[in-house]
Write a protein that binds this ligand. Structure first.
Ligand code: SF4
Length: 374
C-alpha cells in the first residue's frame, strides 16, 4: 500500500473545539502555500515508489482553496507519482465552502471521494461548535456533491456535544442516514487544551452530556447505522460494503504513507517524520530549499509491533496474526502472554486462529484496553 496525505492548513474561521493545525484569515498565503507544497511533492517523489493507492487532502479546510489550486496540486501528483488505476482520491470539504460548480471541478480533476464535515444537522449544535455553516447548507452541500457526480460520500458527525441530548443526537443521526451516505464517521467530542471549549469547561460554562448519555448515543449510532446498511468497520467509522476508506485503513493497518504540507506526518521504512506547524516557516523553508521536517523518529521493531496491534484493534476485524508474524516474526499471543490472557478471560478481546480483536463488550472500553497493550 502506498498512500499520500496532503495538509491544507487554512480555514474560514476556527471552530470552538478545534485543535488541528489550521489558521483563519490568511488568504494571501494560499498561492505561495500551494507553490511550496508542489515543491515538496517534487522532493518526495523518488524513482522507486510503488503506485499510490490513495491520496487524501485533509486540513484545515482543503475546499477553502479555489478548485483550480486544488487541481494544480493534483496535476502535480499525477505528473510526479505512479498511481494505481483504482486510486482513491479523497478531499475533506466544509459545507460552507462548496458549490456544485466547485465540486464538479474537483470530480473532473480526479477526486472520487468527498468527505463532508457536517458535524451536526441541528443549527443549535452548529452554532455551539462555531461552525461556519447551517444544517440547510449541509443538506445543500450533499445535493451539490451528488449532482457533481460523487458516488462515494462520507459525512463526518460529532456526538457528545454541549447541550446535546440522546434524542437530539438521534435526530441528527436519522437525518444524516436519510441522505444515504456511503460512509459515516462519528467522533465523540473531546475537549482539547488551548481551545475555546477548554476555557469554557474550566470556567464551568460548557454543559456536556452525562457519560451514560454518551454511551447511549454510541449504542444508538451502531444500531441505526446497521439498520441503514452501514457496517461498523472501525471504532468511529461505518460504511456500505466496498466503501471503507482505504486511505484510513492503511493507517489503521500501520502501513507506510507519504505526506506533504504543514504539520503533515509521513512514515516510511520505519522512520516517522513530522513537518513544521508554522505556515510561513513552511513556505519560507520550501522556497529556500531548506528542510521542513522538524521531528524524526526511528521506530524499533518492538514499538512498531505494539503500534500495529493498537491501531489494528480500532478495526472491527482486528489484527491479522499472520500479517503480524510475517512482518515482525512474532505471534501476538506469545508477545503479550498473560496480559492478553487476562483481557481474553474478561471477555474484552477475542483471540481467534487468525485475528486478535476487541469484543462488542470491549469496544466501548477500547482506550483502557489499548493502554494495557501499548
Ligand atoms: S473546519 Fe475543521 S479544521 Fe477548520 S477550524 Fe473547524 S474543525 Fe478545525
Amino acid at each position: 500500500m502506498s498512500a499520500l496525505y496532503l495538509h491544507i492548513p487554512f480555514c474560514r474561521s476556527k471552530c470552538h473545539y478545534c485543535s488541528f493545525t489550521s489558521s483563519a484569515g490568511c488568504s494571501d498565503l494560499f498561492v505561495p502555500y500551494v507553490a511550496a507544497l508542489k515543491k515538496e511533492l517534487s522532493s518526495i517523489a523518488t524513482d522507486n515508489l510503488s503506485p499510490l493507492q490513495s491520496i487524501f487532502f485533509g486540513g484545515g479546510t482543503p475546499t477553502i482553496l479555489a478548485s483550480d489550486l486544488l487541481t494544480e496540486i493534483l496535476d502535480s501528483c499525477h505528473t510526479l507519482f505512479p498511481m494505481a488505476p483504482a486510486i482513491e482520491i479523497s478531499v475533506e470539504a466544509n459545507p460552507g465552502t462548496v458549490t456544485e460548480g466547485s465540486l464538479r471541478a474537483l470530480a473532473h480533476a480526479g477526486v472520487n471521494r468527498l468527505s463532508l464535515g457536517v458535524q451536526s444537522l441541528d443549527d443549535g449544535d452548529l452554532k455551539n461548535l462555531g461552525r461556519i455553516h447551517s444544517a440547510d447548507e449541509a443538506y445543500a452541500a450533499v445535493t451539490a456533491a451528488r449532482s457533481a457526480g460523487f458516488a462515494n460520500l462520507n459525512l463526518d458527525l460529532m456526538c457528545g456535544l454541549p447541550d446535546q441530548t440522546v434524542s437530539s443526537w438521534q435526530q441528527t443521526l436519522d437525518r444524516a442516514l436519510a441522505l444515504q451516505p456511503e460512509h459515516l464517521s462519528v467522533y465523540q467530542l473531546t475537549v482539547e487544551s488551548e481551545t475555546p471549549f477548554a476555557e469554557l469547561l474550566r470556567s464551568g460554562r460548557l454543559s456536556l452530556p452525562a457519560e451514560e448519555d454518551v454511551i447511549e448515543m454510541d449504542r444508538r449510532t451502531v444500531q441505526s447505522c446497521r439498520d441503514a446498511g452501514l457496517i461498523q468497520y472501525e471504532i468511529s467509522n461505518y460504511a456500505r460494503p466496498e466503501f471503507e476508506c482505504r486511505h484510513n485503513v492503511n493507517y489503521w493497518e500501520n502501513g507506510e504513507y507519504l505526506a506533504a504540507g504543514v504539520s503533515a506526518v509521513s512514515c516510511l521504512d520505519g522512520v516517522r517524520e513530522k513537518r513544521t506547524n508554522d505556515i510561513r516557516d513552511y513556505i519560507g523553508k520550501m522556497t529556500a530549499g531548506l528542510p521542513v521536517v522538524v521531528e524524526r523518529e526511528c521506530l524499533s521493531a518492538d514499538a512498531s509491533l505494539r503500534e500495529t496491534v493498537i491501531m489494528g484493534l480500532r478495526m472491527v476485524r482486528g489484527v491479522c496474526r499472520d500479517s503480524l508474524r510475517s512482518r515482525y516474526g512474532r505471534d501476538v499471543a506469545e508477545y503479550y502472554g498473560p496480559i492478553l490472557e487476562k483481557l481474553c478471560n474478561l471477555g474484552l478481546v477475542e483471540l481467534t486462529a487468525t485475528h486478535l480483536r476487541l469484543t462488542e463488550r470491549g469496544r466501548p472500553l477500547a482506550n483502557q484496553i489499548m493502554a494495557e497493550l501499548v
